[in-house]
Design a binder for this molecule. Structure first.
Ligand code: FEO
Ligand code: CA
Ligand code: CA
Ligand code: CA
Length: 665
């Protein structure tokens, strides 16, 4: 099957359309150019040898690459029996582990909430039930307890062809099947869920009806907070103060802060806005283009004026932020923390810096866009939780420039500094933050291959940047040594070592940990440690988690590219230190058409929570024996219920070692 056909048939049509657009017209260097200069094509093709040599010696031009800290050397290796690559209707986990369904789309979360009834969906029911397409998962232990916790889960987006009977793909049908009632269900299925969990007989269960339980949706009241709040860019007819906004959209990955708040990243917000014909009349037409807006992936704008850029030009500036939620208070108003900039935030992982400030890493997930970090001005107070609640409103946002000599420079997005002046069209700091992508262009940030989760490791202070793919390699972006594969469908992982283990530092060093794909097919240019088995390599790293031992676990999102690796997405353990550095090992596999999201460990590593997103959707036509697009009536799998009347349901899985104990030991 041609790649063209593969790309057309998937759910990820929404996300893949986004990837298709070239929204960054700047002349900034691509990450590929940098790697090419640094490694040289021949070295990269030699594979892991070249990479390990670079990472274990002093850096190019005498810049010392941080020595492996003692704690990292002591990282234990992964112990489990690897599973095999493959694809079928079910999920699979390593031998000796249980992988149980914890929560499914439509499960009631509150007392009196209706049971899931796919033939009779309503906004009222969905607002009381677990949402669609679970993505980020955060785990917050309750009151120092080992058997009570809050689980925070993002619901990224909706697939109408799998959720509702008789619709099929509406973007292909001019939305003729859509009604306001269906749109209202979609809006209620977005956002996030906070659910209390209780451990009973060693197993985590959801506490239905707990007072902590909460649904956040596309209509929940939120506050705009930080430098952009009240600015002219975010004032609307409904909100002349520019401080009150309703809802959060396309919440992909996220993070949990040291003070126990939940960060929800707003990723492809552009897709929810409507009226392409009105772009040229929009006051910020150039910036709409830079952000790929309006994407018109949903027809909410046909029913709600705020999603129509002609009727409400500023509503779009109120999305694309990091939202901070206090899960301890279900009545609290979530805050959009504008100091962290507006772009397609994949996630927002926080690390406590050694000076007490916090750094939040965040990728802008689009081909050719940038990597950012935010450093707070104030310091974390470990004793007084309340004192930390506005820490993310003040600080400095930086964008990354990767140099060929192995250094990474963090360039501040501060109004009046460097090119970020009135002369270049920035009136004030609010404008720099609202149009952070333009600021990155002017600062000369490095164009990356779709930055997804950016995972700091508190044990080693290294930072792992998952880069998922870039199909414009070889055409619009030049092919290079580290990306010798045209279209780079398999991505790679960049490792950053901050200078002196200081996450506030404006400089650090970088290396490539692995390059995705099949190392046995030289044309794919994959780079893994030679010790990696035939099931241990993977493509398209997306989300990442670090366990309590400081070990890295990677979740993949190949989209409709999975037939090229021959395996469904899943979880791989990935060695980062010592001679085994770059060795992958497959731990979990999703059912056909699903994407693996949200790996998250309980505090003691005895449970691993996984989000199985959009089962049956991606690449169904390539599924042997199925070979057609999935719909509500006819899906490639009915995971996890496998009942003829129940459609596939995105669900949270909890993995536990039989008999207990830490995962992977
Ligand atoms: Fe929602 Fe970047 O994946
Ligand atoms: Ca993702
Ligand atoms: Ca993560
Ligand atoms: Ca993804």
């Amino acid at each position: 099957m041609s790649e063209q056909t593969v790309f057309k048939q998937t759910r990820a049509y929404k996300m893949e359309v986004a990837e298709d657009t070239l929204n960054n017209p700047s002349a900034n260097t691509t990450f590929g150019d940098v790697v090419n200069n640094r490694l040289g094509r021949r070295d990269a093709l030699k594979g892991m040898l070249a990479v390990t040599a670079l990472s274990s010696t002093t850096g190019i031009l005498g810049t010392a690459i941080s020595a492996t800290p003692a704690s990292a050397e002591a990282l234990t290796h992964f112990k489990f029996e690897e599973i095999q690559h493959g694809v079928d209707e079910k999920h699979h986990v390593a031998k000796g582990y249980d992988a149980d369904i914890l929560l499914r789309w439509g499960d009631p979360l509150f007392k009196g909430a209706p049971q899931f009834d796919p033939m009779n969906q309503s906004k009222a029911a969905q607002e009381k039930q677990f949402g669609y397409n679970n993505d980020f998962i955060g785990f917050i232990p309750l009151g120092g307890s080992n058997d009570r916790a809050l689980l925070c889960v993002n619901h990224e987006y909706t697939n109408e062809e799998l959720m509702f009977p008789g619709l099929g793909r509406q973007d292909k049908a001019k939305y003729v099947g859509m009604t306001q009632e269906i749109v209202d269900v979609e809006m209620a299925a977005h956002g996030g869920s906070i659910i209390e969990l209780k451990k009973e007989a060693g197993k985590w269960k959801a506490v239905i009806g707990s007072n902590f339980n909460r649904r956040i949706t596309a209509t929940t009241e939120m506050a705009l907070s930080g430098p952009v709040a009240g600015s002219k860019f975010v004032k609307t007819k409904a909100d002349p103060t520019g401080k009150q906004v309703f809802g959060t959209l396309n919440n992909c990955a996220g993070g949990i802060t040291p003070w126990g708040t939940y960060l929800m990243a707003e990723e492809n917000f552009n897709g929810y806005f409507w009226n392409k014909e009105a772009v040229s009349d929009h006051p910020n037409a150039e910036m709409l283009k830079r952000y790929g807006a309006p994407g018109q992936w949903y027809n909410w704008g046909a029913y709600y004026d705020r999603f129509d850029i002609a009727k409400e030009p500023n509503e779009i500036h109120r999305f694309g932020w990091i939202v901070e939620v206090d899960p301890m208070d279900p009545t609290s108003i979530p805050k959009k923390r504008t100091a962290m900039g507006r772009f397609k935030h994949e996630g927002a992982e926080t690390i406590l810096n050694k000076d007490g400030r916090v750094t939040v890493y965040s990728g802008d997930d689009e081909r050719g866009d940038y990597l950012y970090k935010f450093v707070s001005k104030g310091k974390y107070d470990p004793v007084n939780r309340e004192a930390n609640m506005n820490l993310l409103d003040e600080g400095t946002l930086f964008v990354a420039r990767f140099d060929a000599n192995g250094t990474v420079h963090w360039l501040p997005l501060v109004h009046g500094e460097g090119p970020l002046t009135k002369g270049n069209g920035f009136e004030n700091q609010a404008e720099v933050l609202v149009f952070a992508r333009k600021a990155g262009d002017l600062l000369g940030a490095t164009k990356m291959d779709r930055p997804e989760d950016v995972q700091p490791n508190a044990k080693t202070n290294k930072v792992y940047v998952c880069l998922t793919n870039n199909k414009h390699r070889g055409s619009k972006h030049p092919v290079d040594a580290a990306n010798p594969r045209t279209k780079n469908p398999f991505g790679h992982i960049v490792e950053i070592s901050p200078e002196n283990n200081d996450h506030a530092a404006s400089v650090g060093t970088w290396n490539i940990l692995v390059q995705g794909g099949n190392p046995n097919k030289p044309d794919q240019g994959a780079v893994f440690n030679k010790a990696t088995s035939e099931n241990g390599w993977f493509g398209s790293p997306d989300n990442a988690a670090v366990d309590g031992k400081g070990r890295l676990w990677i979740a993949t999102d190949q989209g409709s590219n999975w037939p090229k690796t021959g395996t469904a997405d899943g979880i791989w353990a990935l060695e980062t230190e010592g001679p085994q550095r770059g060795t992958g090992k497959m731990f979990f596999r999703v059912p056909i058409g699903a994407e693996m999201c949200g790996p998250c460990f309980s505090s003691d590593d005895s449970a691993l929570f996984l989000a199985v997103q959009h089962p049956a959707a991606d690449g169904a036509k390539a599924f042997p024996g199925f070979e057609r697009n999935s719909t509500f009536e006819d899906p490639a799998t009915r995971w996890p219920d496998f009942k003829p009347s129940i459609p596939p349901r995105p669900s949270i899985v909890v993995v536990r070692k039989q008999g207990g104990g830490a995962i992977g030991t």
